[in-house]
Ligand binder design. Structure first.
Ligand code: ATP
Ligand code: MG
Length: 428
């Protein structure tokens, strides 16, 4: 019994820390998203992140950052700076901070040579830098790039050195790092559920569900907002190990929120709007064509990001100018003059035109004012009309998308797909 309480205490005080390396992360070039991805993976096993540091490519600064992390944290993640060039100095900084020798790892050299042969390229001498490994480190193979990760177990501390590119880091985190943490530390899987909600504002959503999630003090509720879609994360907080009870509570909570929000619930899976809509179109055996104005092809891009979308997506027309709306989509020139390009009438005609032109079952359209200019009192920036044409129906919706140009476009794209989703779900 005492042992158990003791472990609970140890789990509670386990601090983790992330060091994101790269001068580009300190200037206007890039945002550190790796630490967000790492934190969300850690949340799944009940580890919270206590500190984050972002450090430029200077060996002394990095070495200092690593030493500080070693003083205060039990698990340390260092991402970036593992490339072959001279400004990639993470390996050297780790060796320096931990007073370790770097040695060329023969296996890594062979693997790099194999990769370059496969690509039909000659490996340059500086690529051998990527094979330098601190003594005692375990090499984590990188299946999506050249820089392998490193794992060091120093006393009670776990140190992971991981590649910077997210498409290399994320699979390594999931497939290698999390299992290594589970093997070396007492951590428990925290049951976790996700719900994505579409076309509801954060404040309106919170007002509707606050009374529900507050009934579950053992569940951490986190709301992450993106334009047009809000992700709700429910993570079991208590560390009592009763997984059956935890899962039952989470199921009950999800059930109540689902009942409250109804059709606004987009999905309970790790998927985007276009995945959900694609699945619905597939199930119904319907095809779709797009006519985009203010979104400039963004919805077509989103739809074609989904593998297999050729099953239901016919294509699209970026009808940015009135001439294209008129000449390609057959929008009436008098309606364009009378109601303006951003209007319900034009949205409906765009949807009908693209549906007929591309021979699809459904035509979806978006026309709006993305800003920053072009707004009027009557139609301010963010005014968007969505049109939908299906067999025997042509309808439109007006929405107001707040935010800068990029956000208005993303929000409009998600809202247009969401209108289509709701139409399909309600018998379209
Ligand atoms: P490479 O072999 O590609 O050089 P690396 O491990 O050295 O990989 P970096 O050179 O630090 O990684 O970064 C490569 C790219 O990875 C950067 O241009 C950036 O796009 C991305 N990247 C690096 N760190 C981060 C981060 N913390 N968050 C998001 N992206 C990052
Ligand atoms: Mg690099």
């Amino acid at each position: 019994m005492r042992d158990c309480a003791c472990w609970r205490f140890i789990i509670f005080i386990m601090h983790s820390e992330i060091i994101a390396v790269g001068s580009e992360l300190l200037s206007f070039g890039r945002i550190d998203t790796n630490s967000v991805d790492i934190s969300s993976r850690l949340a799944g096993i009940g580890i919270s992140v206590r500190y984050k540091q972002v450090i430029g490519d200077r060996i002394a600064d990095m070495s200092q950052a690593i030493s500080l992390a070693m003083d205060r944290s039990e698990i340390i993640f260092i991402t970036g700076g593992l490339g072959p060039t001279n400004d990639d100095i993470t390996r050297e900084a780790v060796a320096d901070a931990l007073s370790m020798e770097l040695k060329e790892d023969e296996q890594v050299v062979l693997e790099l040579e194999r990769l370059y042969r496969k690509w039909g390229r000659r490996m340059s001498e500086n690529n051998r830098r990527q094979a330098m490994v601190p003594e005692g480190a375990l090499v984590l193979p990188n299946l999506n790039g050249t820089a392998p990760g490193l794992f060091l177990h120093e006393g009670e501390k776990l140190i992971f050195v991981l590649p910077g590119p997210p498409r290399e880091l994320n699979p390594m985190m999931k497939n290698q790092v999390i299992p290594l943490i589970k093997k070396n530390k007492r951590v428990s899987d925290r049951p976790f559920r996700l719900l994505k909600i579409a076309s509801v504002s954060e404040s309106a959503l919170d007002a509707r569900i606050e009374g529900i999630y507050k009934d579950y003090p053992d569940v951490d509720t986190t709301m992450l907002s993106s334009p047009g879609v809000i992700s709700l994360y429910f993570t079991w907080r208590a560390d009592n190990g009763d997984q059956v009870h935890a899962k039952a509570c989470l199921d009950q909570l999800i059930g109540r929120i689902d009942a409250e929000l109804g059709i606004s619930v987009l999905t309970d899976r790790e998927e985007d709007m276009q995945d959900t809509v694609g699945r619905l179109l597939n199930e119904k055996g319907l095809t779709l064509a797009l006519a985009e104005s203010c979104t400039g092809g963004l919805i077509c891009k989103m739809l074609t990001d989904v593998p297999g979308s050729s099953e239901y997506f016919m294509g699209g027309v970026v009808s940015y100018s009135d001439t294209v709306k008129e000449n390609v989509l057959g929008v009436s020139s008098s309606d364009l003059k009378e109601y303006g390009a951003v209007s319900a009438k034009v949205a409906e005609q765009m949807a009908l035109g693209v549906r007929e032109h591309l021979n699809a079952d459904i035509g979806l359209s978006v026309t709006g004012i993305a800003g920053p200019g072009g707004g009027t009192d009557e139609k301010p920036v963010g005014t968007v009309f969505i049109g939908l044409s299906g067999a025997g129906t042509c309808q439109s919706w007006s929405v107001r998308a707040l935010g800068g140009r990029g956000i208005v476009r993303q929000r409009s794209a998600n809202q247009a797909l969401d209108q289509l989703r709701k139409w399909l779900l309600t018998g379209g």
